[in-house]
Design a protein around this ligand. Structure first.
Ligand SMILES: [Zn+2]
Length: 464
């Protein structure tokens, strides 16, 4: 079947003629790592080390001297809460948080109210993005109508409306027959099925990882098998549907596993990849950096789904990311209002913010201490998510669209609420060490972080 490609929308801002002097251009995909004067013009990378005549008329951003320049980060997993939950976040505020975190593309999940399970709603969200978003916004369509897990959503209509992929995120697709139907229906489309793996009969009403700490704290736990059970089933279903597709001479539907938390699942993932199945996987910054023991503080921002696992799980996730079995980092940015979080731990909503802190938390926690290379972290936030979502893979090269993030790797600080750029404050990383400050986020050659801050300052002025 022939379908139009995935759409990503953001507001248009006239591209600038910019010179970033003496920056370090860094792209693990092409093994680029050197000092350069970077010239951006007409929305593209115009030159590394331009001639005097090329430089003429360019605005020189000397405040960025010495910074690293990467391809703009891509978040395959965020909750922008539009439509229906705009008191938590919306396309404008969520994309502002993305710009603050160095993301130039962010992909919104469909668990909104109403659920994004039909074409017109996709069009409406992307229209919001076209008018208000600071960075590119892609939209995921629901797999099942209303995320109820009973019948498929309007997949064809969603495809035509330009969804990036399909997910019932927030809920699992429990019904194996429906899973196979979706895999069959979407073959040849090159649009991934994103799976939130959770066996709710095992997760029950658990609020943290099931283990020694849940027993000690007297909190109901979510066992690892609540994730590894459905992971096995998903990979078996993918193997079955892919073999069937090949027999028919069709391209199988790629599957992307969302927010893996359990180390035990990585062995299965590795086997599936070795067997050549079209499967990719993401991990979140919080599962890479935090563990169940920290829940003893009863900090509601540490209540996430899937839950923070054991130290052994965390180390396996880091190894998976370092060795490349895990393809990318997804923030699972999940904003909530104070009345949903500032309640007893058992009753608090699941989720933490992630966009603003993803890179600096991971750089401080993993790269600076030598547990992960800068190459792997940057790849997992650029080419990794692009490949997983079947989006164009960004490259830092002359002629490429100037979607870039500029970071001062030497800058260290402690995350406070003042660093959060979206509407909500529920970050698991408040009070934690950060390193690697985003100094600018550039989309299609225009400065989005500066522009969003300027608008904020103007809005604050109007309120005073
Ligand atoms: Zn999820």
């Amino acid at each position: 079947m022939s379908v139009l490609g995935p759409r990503r929308a953001c507001r248009e801002i006239t591209p600038e003629n910019l010179l970033l002097p003496a920056v370090r251009v860094f792209d693990p995909l092409t093994e680029l790592d050197r000092k350069a004067d970077l010239l951006l013009s007409e929305g593209c990378i115009a030159a590394f080390d331009p001639s005097a005549s090329q430089r003429q008329g360019a605005e020189v951003l000397s405040e960025l001297e010495g910074c690293h320049v990467f391809c703009g980060f891509i978040d395959p997993h965020a909750h922008l809460r539009t439509p229906g939950y705009e008191y938590k976040e919306d396309v404008e505020s969520g994309s502002r948080a993305a710009a603050a975190g160095g993301f130039t593309t962010v992909v919104a999940m469909a668990n909104t109210d109403p659920v994004v399970d039909g074409g017109p709603l996709v069009g409406w969200v992307l229209e919001q993005a076209q008018q208000t978003a600071w960075v590119r916004v892609g939209q995921v369509g629901a797999v099942t109508r209303g995320l109820r897990g009973q019948e498929l959503a309007e997949l064809r209509e969603l495809l035509d409306a330009g969804v990036v992929g399909f997910s019932d995120d927030g809920h699992p697709v429990k019904d194996t027959d429906l899973l196979l139907h979706a895999l069959r229906y979407l073959r040849d489309c090159d649009r991934p099925l994103l799976l939130h793996l959770e066996d709710s009969s095992a997760a029950l009403d658990g609020v943290m990882h099931e283990g020694a700490w849940s027993a000690r704290l007297g909190l109901r736990g979510v066992p690892v098998v609540a994730e590894t059970g459905p992971l096995g089933l998903a990979l078996d279903g993918l193997a079955y549907a892919s073999a069937e597709a090949e027999r028919l001479g069709k391209r199988p539907t790629p599957v992307h596993l969302q927010h893996l938390s359990a180390g035990a699942g990585l062995t299965r993932l590795r086997l599936a990849k070795d067997a050549g199945l079209p499967v990719t996987a993401e991990v979140t910054p919080h599962h890479l950096l935090l563990v169940d023991e920290e829940v003893r503080s009863f900090d509601q921002n540490l209540k996430v789904n899937p839950p923070l696992r054991s130290q052994a799980d965390r180390l396996e996730l880091i190894r998976g990311l370092a060795e490349g079995w895990v393809d990318c980092v997804g923030t699972d940015h999940a904003p909530h209002a104070p009345h949903e979080k500032e309640v007893p731990f058992e009753q608090a909503a699941f989720g933490t913010l992630g966009l603003e802190s993803a890179f600096p938390a991971l750089y401080a926690g993993l790269v600076a201490p030598g547990e992960l290379s800068l190459e792997r972290l940057v790849a997992a936030m650029t080419a990794g998510p692009a490949t997983s979502l079947r989006l164009p893979v960004p490259r830092l090269e002359v002629g490429a669209v100037a979607d870039l993030t500029v970071i001062d790797l030497a800058d260290e600080w402690t995350l406070t609420e003042g660093d959060l750029a979206g509407k909500s404050r529920n970050s698991a990383f408040l009070g934690r060490r950060m390193q690697g400050r985003v100094k600018e986020t550039i989309v299609a050659g225009s400065r989005r972080l500066s522009a969003s801050r300027l608008q904020d300052a103007r809005a604050a002025g109007e309120r005073d």
